[in-house]
Design a binder for this molecule. Structure first.
Ligand code: SF4
Length: 510
């Protein structure tokens, strides 16, 4: 995958809201065909313009944006919208507790308020309710930051939340962060990451002020300079676990560098110091290219957006790219040789069990392609993948796929399409995004989640876990068989005889 550090320009942060991914990246969200056809379509630009004839509901960017900013320590979220937009947050408190506990952080409630906009507010505007909510949050909880997630309704009626933020900023001690994540603006839920980081960049990334010392502290300054010159910021994502972070930090430390994992679950102070690093490293371009590009413009910190370190090949590549930035190629090769030898030995028994078994992987683009590559390297037969969307960040991975005729369905949500495909392909194992597994079990296909906040999937230890989990699931497949025999899916038989590529509407050129 190419390093885009040189080729992208990030200059959006002066605007109140970020551009949508449609405007900025031009992803493909509707496609069904081969890997080769997808690449051809992406090159001509036709794949990015395709649509669906029939579409089930997809996600909303507000949920993803809130997922990012609500993870920060000592913040209060205000969802400015009708109550329905908050329906996804009921379980979020538990997730926050799990993540904080796994990192050894002090337990903290997930505090979120909402403005409960109603019909009258649509006519009169919701700014007064929002003002009350901000002042209430400050008085009741004394957070370091109050983050406002703006939903569709205030976005459509034109509530000027930025002016309110300016008005209140000098009246309360908390930093106020408006996040423009109105769901109607983009059909790519990943736009929510840009919306969240846009707010963070504008309102929370404020390097601490440094003052001239009366007595020069040369030694201290040199130590500080050295620390920064060795620091590698690893940008975590909502789907990784603490186990993943520990493993990636271990690999970066083994090169003699200083890993620092952020921004999720960080303190506001950590965010303020985000510019103190020699290199910013992404583990998933879908999440953070917007943030890393802006940090480069603001602090001059170089960044690497490459592959996702899942499986042996992609973890090796991730390490090599980081090492090469610091001219540590020899150290990297020694580390890779040692780790690969140990891991390959440990994987031998799993390879025997998995060889020849077929697999289908569904979820986010980089994660599914790297996960699929790993299982393929273990001797499994890759039948197809389903991606939420596809953009330029996976060009290189698609190009390097051994099987250019591999079936790729590009569809965010759309379980009906995925189930049609799975019923036809009948994989022995399905590995997929949370939410899909229930449907797939009803189809009788054994499956395991593509990610889990308490599992390790990344790095070499994650590769071992992926193999171990697949073997365990395939050892006894009675659970999915029994579910499928007793629970039906709400799709008619005739649907399974449809060719889902007929559901994709080609672009009409005039
Ligand atoms: S699409 Fe709009 S109305 Fe629906 S949940 Fe998202 S922000 Fe709320």
């Amino acid at each position: 995958m190419a390093n885009y550090a040189e080729s992208l320009s990030y200059h959006f942060v002066s605007a109140q809201a970020p551009p949508t991914r449609e405007e900025r990246i031009g992803s493909c969200s509707a496609f069904c065909g081969s890997c080769r056809q997808l690449q051809e379509g992406m090159k001509t630009g036709c794949a990015q313009l395709q649509n669906r004839k029939f579409s089930q509901s997809g996600g909303c960017q507000l949920t993803l944006a809130v997922g990012i900013v609500s993870s920060l320590t000592n913040v209060v979220m205000i969802i400015h919208s009708p109550l329905g937009c908050c329906s996804n947050f009921v379980g979020s408190g538990g997730l926050r507790k799990t993540m904080r506990a796994s990192k050894g952080k002090v337990d903290e409630e997930f505090i979120w308020l909402h403005t409960n906009m109603d019909e009258l507010d649509v006519v009169q505007g919701g700014i007064d309710k929002l003002r009350k909510a901000i002042l209430y949050a400050e008085k009741e909880y004394h957070p370091e930051a109050i983050v406002i997630a703006n939903g569709c309704v205030p976005g459509i009626i034109g509530d000027d939340i930025d002016s309110l933020v300016t008005e209140l900023s000098n009246q309360i001690s908390a930093k106020i962060v408006p996040v423009h994540c109105e769901g109607f603006k983009s059909k790519y839920v990943a736009s929510g990451y840009d919306s969240a980081y846009h707010g963070v960049l504008r309102h929370l990334v404020e390097p601490p002020k440094r003052y001239e010392s009366a007595i020069p502290k040369v030694e201290l300054d040199e130590k500080e300079e050295y620390r920064i010159s060795k620091t590698v910021n690893i940008f975590n994502v909502g789907s990784n676990s603490n186990g993943d972070e520990v493993e990636l930090s271990r690999l970066v430390s083994a090169l003699g560098l200083i890993p620092k994992v952020l921004p999720l679950h960080s303190s506001i102070d950590d965010i303020a110091h985000i510019g103190e690093a020699a290199l910013n490293v992404s583990i998933c371009a879908t999440h953070d290219d917007y943030l890393l590009g802006h940090l480069k413009e603001r602090f001059g910190t170089d960044y690497i957006i490459d592959t996702l370190p899942i499986g042996i090949k992609n973890t090796n590549q991730w390490i090599r790219r980081i090492a090469s930035y610091f001219h540590l190629e020899d150290e990297a090769e020694k580390l890779i040789a040692f780790e690969n030898k140990e891991l390959n030995y440990a994987l031998e028994p799993f390879k025997k069990e998995l060889k020849g078994k077929s697999i289908f992987v569904g979820g986010g683009e980089t994660r599914i392609l790297t996960t699929a590559e790993f299982y393929y390297s273990l001797g499994m037969n890759l039948l197809g993948v389903k991606s939420h969307n596809v953009d330029r960040f996976v060009d290189e991975i698609l190009e390097n796929m051994d099987d250019q005729e591999l079936i790729i369905d590009v569809a965010a949500g759309q379980p009906a399409e995925e189930l049609n495909l799975l019923k036809r392909l009948k994989p022995d194992l399905y590995v997929g995004h949370a939410g899909a597994n229930g449907w797939v079990t009803k189809l009788g296909i054994p499956n395991l989640p593509l990610f889990g906040q308490s599992f390790n999937y990344m790095g070499y230890s994650g590769a071992f876990e992926l193999a171990r989990k697949a073997v365990r699931v395939l050892k006894n497949t009675n659970f999915s068989k029994n579910i499928s025999a007793n629970v039906t899916l709400p799709l008619s038989d005739s649907w399974y005889h449809e060719d889902i590529s007929d559901n994709i509407k080609d672009v009409e050129l005039y």
